[in-house]
Design a protein around this ligand. Structure first.
Ligand code: FAD
Length: 482
């Protein structure tokens, strides 16, 4: 620990008590690696403020001392954004103690949640009031509001309700000089120039520490239907989605899963079962809902719309969940893909987007191209087809040593995938952000105008570079850029 770090920790302990900071290595250890186990860092202390005022005081002191901090929520991020660097030069700043839902109103349809509130808890609290926070993802039991805001998370309901960016109505944050940005009020109209709230959403903790957010709620679900569809390929799947959308505006989720990925889940996640008896090359999970108890039940809507799709050969086979338990079983398969893949062995993840209509071609041709170029690998694409966003993963050949494969093959494979994405006019990060995983790729593949603006924003707000250093964008131009 440097003298400046030690002085900072001692001051925090004196002012805010033992809950606010620890240097105990055992307590800190679980938070030093990312969820996938790809990044391992060091931090001499874990800071855990209990209020916005404490965050402001800590960041103010850190700024004076020039001590860097890495903000962390549930540590479920996929790009190493919440993992400190291995040299111990930054302290970890956990927001998990700030887990109060300050307000939740069915009248305003808004919730004000502190950064450490866990997604599942917010969803549960909204449901208890007949409302819904319409963002969901596999890490719902650990991911926090601060992390979701800071990564502009997406998930399985983006199709209908958008990403966090469209669900956040206000942000409270501590800026790198320790001042508090109070943008928590939900103003439908606000034209005071640059929108600082929007700047903080998706900033990955590099511009400010999100301490609370005002979030939009939607009416609670009266009934839902969940269907599992066997299908011949992504092109047919997109046609099916368009056919469904022509018949209902209540399609919430439309997730595509290839057969080899379903097989992986069945192999590694106990209690999962194949939803359809026959073999299909691809599968689609569909959810439709209604908020009106008097409306046509969603299962009937789906039946009405899927029957002609079957007749027309868009779908090969369909099962609509007969109970909530069966619906949950279908969803469990989708939400367990990351877990199954982690158990199966090393894989390189690319959460990419291309224009929606080009996605079926990209999934098939891109996968074949990657496998041909890197023999022994398996390329799979699954996820949010309707958003033009899939998880394009390249799995390692059987039996390789994970760390060696990541180090020796990883950069080349990811560069190849990203080059294909850029050639298709897409984005190398549709959901998970940049973190440390894609920082150099962002610099390599972005127009210099974009990088100049990103660096200018970073250096204007955080001139010392004390917030989440080494993530997203560095203050100095990357050496690889001309
Ligand atoms: P962390 O991992 O702790 O942090 C993520 C980033 O945000 C880091 O850069 C961190 O420094 C920063 N940060 C955290 N809290 C704050 C704060 N209060 N202020 C400022 N910066 C902060 N993501 C999707 O978008 N869609 C999915 O479908 C999806 N599915 C997932 C499924 C699984 C099984 C898992 C493990 C992850 C999935 N994710 C998905 C990724 C992850 O859940 C999201 O990125 C989530 O937003 C991270 O929240 P967190 O609280 O864990 O943040």
């Amino acid at each position: 620990m440097t003298p400046a770090q030690r002085q900072l920790v001692e001051t925090i302990l004196q002012r805010f008590g033992t809950k606010a900071a620890t240097t105990d290595a055992e307590t800190i250890a679980p938070w030093l690696s990312d969820w996938r186990g790809r990044y391992h860092g060091q931090a001499p202390a874990l800071l855990s403020p209990g209020s916005t005022e404490e965050v402001a005081a800590i960041i103010g002191l850190a700024a004076q001392a020039g001590v860097a901090v890495v903000p962390q929520g549930g540590n479920t991020g996929m790009v190493g954004g919440a993992t400190p660097s291995p040299d111990g030069s930054a302290l970890l700043l956990s927001l998990r103690r700030m887990n109060r839902i300050r307000a939740l109103s069915p009248v305003s349809n808004l919730a004000v949640a502190e950064a450490g509130v866990i997604l599942a808890d917010l969803r549960g609290a909204a449901e208890a009031l007949g409302r819904r926070f319409p963002l969901d993802l596999g890490a719902r039991g650990s991911a926090t509001i601060g992390g979701l805001v800071s990564t502009n998370a997406g998930g399985t309901q983006v199709l209908r309700f958008g990403t966090m960016r469209s669900l956040v109505a206000g942000v409270e944050a501590v800026l790198p000089d320790g001042s508090i940005h109070n943008g928590i009020a939900a103003l439908k109209k606000d034209n005071r120039g640059y929108d600082l709230n929007q700047l903080l959403i998706g900033a990955e903790g590099t511009l400010g520490i999100v301490t609370a957010a005002t979030l939009r709620l939607v009416p609670g679900v009266a009934a839902r239907a969940v269907a599992w569809v066997g299908i011949s390929g992504p092109g047919k799947a997109l046609e099916l989605l368009r056919a469904l959308e022509a018949g209902t505006d209540a399609v919430e989720s439309f997730e595509i899963v290839p057969e080899n990925t379903l097989a992986l889940v069945l192999r590694h996640v106990p209690g999962t079962r194949r939803p359809l008896a026959g073999a299909h090359a691809w599968h689609v999970l569909i959810e439709t809902v209604t908020t009106d108890p008097a409306a046509e039940p969603p299962a009937e809507t789906l039946e009405r719309l899927l029957a002609p799709a079957l007749d027309a050969g868009l779908a090969e086979d369909v099962v609509i969940a007969a109970s909530e338990a069966q619906a949950e079983d279908f969803w469990r398969i989708r939400h367990s893909i990351s877990e199954a893949e982690r158990a199966a062995g090393p894989a390189l993840q690319h959460d990419i987007s291309v224009p929606v209509d080009d996605m079926p071609r990209f999934m098939i041709e891109g996968g074949a191209e990657a496998e041909a170029r890197f023999p022994g690998t398996e390329a799979i694409a699954f996820g949010h087809l309707g958003d033009g966003n899939v998880h394009f993963h390249v799995r390692a050949p059987a039996g390789v040593d994970a760390q060696t494969w990541y180090a020796e093959e990883g950069p080349g494979i990811s560069r190849h995938v990203h080059d294909m994405v850029v050639a298709a006019g897409g984005s190398i990060s549709a959901e998970h952000g940049i973190g440390q995983l894609k920082r150099d790729e962002l610099a390599r593949l972005s127009a210099s105008s974009r990088m100049t603006v990103l660096r200018a924003i970073k250096s204007a707000l955080d001139p010392q570079g004390i917030l989440n250093p080494g993530k997203l964008v560095t203050l100095a131009p990357e050496p690889s850029r001309p």
